[in-house]
Design a protein around this ligand. Structure first.
Ligand code: ASP
Ligand code: MG
Length: 412
């Protein structure tokens, strides 16, 4: 029988009532003839509580025990979901990650899935079981210890199962009804997209549209898993939600698919560094060793052999960046006059695969921002994305103006 993967996020399993509602949806797919793999998150808020307990018990915790504790929220919902299905006369059982097994690396708290052998679950489907309920977010290391996949990791569990079992589709049930052209809280003109390509979704996910864990989109793209994002609070229909799929499945699309933003960026400028070969290497390797995730980089023109180097990083890494730069300076690896941290910035990006074949997107974006009197501090581009760093107080205005300029309220 064809296999379908259905993933229910924390809000969709937050109470027994909601678990019942989710189980009914599973029942509908079973009745259509699918064997279903259900991936569950912990009840919403549970994982935060567990993480809090670990931190309170042991600030410099053993990551193996962190995983032992933090993975437990999903065990509860997996068992409850299986029981609920059984009450509905749907043959179901639960599986923890190690039982499947979901084999992962041993990078505790951020492990990667290496392999999910389908044999055990398939054998049960062959015996007449119709639903395998699997605890998301967890696996087992080569050493036999429980691992977790990083926050939001049950999306990745779901996609990995869909890839391993050759599922027809992977439905991600969440508390929003799909992927939007931008955040509907910023403009009520935001429009739900029927389809979006893997590449665009990957950019939007990594830019902070928190619908899907970025890693799950990477995996879906690599294995061409069709992903559908939909709300578990709305009526079920075959066209509900947003399908994340290969661009070949998208006939018409706007040049720009969406506008994304991130509040959580800081602009860091190293004033007056020597302009000579190897200096960028020294700066950015020191930052990387210091655990700083650098995003945008600009080097200014140089004067008399000195230049300014600007980069952006998440605001909560500013202290780390300052420490790494001070240490590199003390060690004599780099020399700079001062490091200026500007934490009142935001990043706004336009994303669309149409940019590959259409010119003028950058010009239109910059004209739009200039018409609003918004100064651009840093610019970066990729094949399908243009990002700018601006003053944070203009962020919402920029998103609204760009959404209007690219007419995203209208479908292609
Ligand atoms: N429960 C985990 C978390 O809150 C994993 C997930 O829900 O995806 O991060
Ligand atoms: Mg999530």
């Amino acid at each position: 029988m064809p296999v379908l993967v259905m993933k229910f996020g924390g809000t969709s399993v937050a109470t027994l009532d909601r678990i019942r509602r989710a189980a009914k949806r599973v029942g509908v797919e079973v009745a259509k003839g699918y064997d279903v793999i259900v991936i569950v998150s912990a009840m919403s808020g549970k994982t935060n509580e567990l993480v809090g307990w670990v931190n309170e018990t042991s600030p410099l915790f053993d990551a193996r025990e962190y995983d032992a504790v933090v993975s437990s929220g999903e065990n509860v919902t997996a068992g409850l979901m299986a029981l609920t299905l059984q009450e509905m006369d749907v043959p179901a059982r639960s599986w923890q990650g190690w039982q499947v097994p979901v084999r992962t690396t041993s990078a505790h708290s951020s492990a990667r899935i290496e392999e999910i052998p389908p044999a055990n679950i398939m054998a049960k489907f062959d015996e007449g079981m119709r639903v395998a309920v699997v605890a998301g977010f967890q696996g087992v290391s080569p050493e036999g210890r429980i691992t977790t996949l990083g926050r939001g990791g049950s999306d990745t569990t779901a996609v990995a199962f869909a890839a391993s079992f050759g599922a027809e589709r992977c439905d991600i049930y969440t508390d929003v009804d799909g992927v939007y052209t931008t955040d509907p809280r910023i403009t009520n003109k935001a429009r739900k997209l029927d389809r979006i390509s893997f590449e665009e979704m990957l950019e939007l996910a990594s830019l902070g549209a928190k619908v899907l864990q970025t890693r799950s989109v990477e995996l879906a793209m690599r294995y061409k898993v069709r992903l559908r994002v939909l709300s578990s609070f709305e009526e079920q229909s075959d066209t509900a939600g947003t399908l994340v799929c290969d661009e070949e499945e998208i006939m018409e699309s706007n040049v720009v698919a969406g506008v994304a933003y991130s509040r959580d960026e800081a602009k860091m400028t190293l004033v007056s560094v020597a302009d000579r070969p190897g200096i960028a290497a020294s700066i950015f390797s020191a930052l990387s060793v210091g655990g700083v995730n650098v995003d945008m980089i600009v080097q200014n023109i140089s004067e008399e052999g000195r230049t300014d180097m600007t980069f952006s990083c998440p605001t909560d890494q500013v202290k780390r960046a300052e420490k790494a730069m001070d240490e590199a300076k003390t060690a004599g690896v780099i020399n700079f006059h001062e490091l200026i941290a500007d934490t009142d910035v935001a990043k706004v990006s336009v994303v669309g695969i149409g940019m590959r074949s259409h010119t003028g997107v950058a010009a239109k974006m910059f004209e739009c921002l200039s018409a609003e009197g918004i100064n651009i501090k840093v610019i970066t581009t990729s094949e399908i994305k243009i990002s700018v760093l601006i003053d944070r107080k203009y962020m919402e205005l920029a998103v609204q103006a760009l959404h209007d300029a690219f007419e995203l309220e209208k479908a292609a």
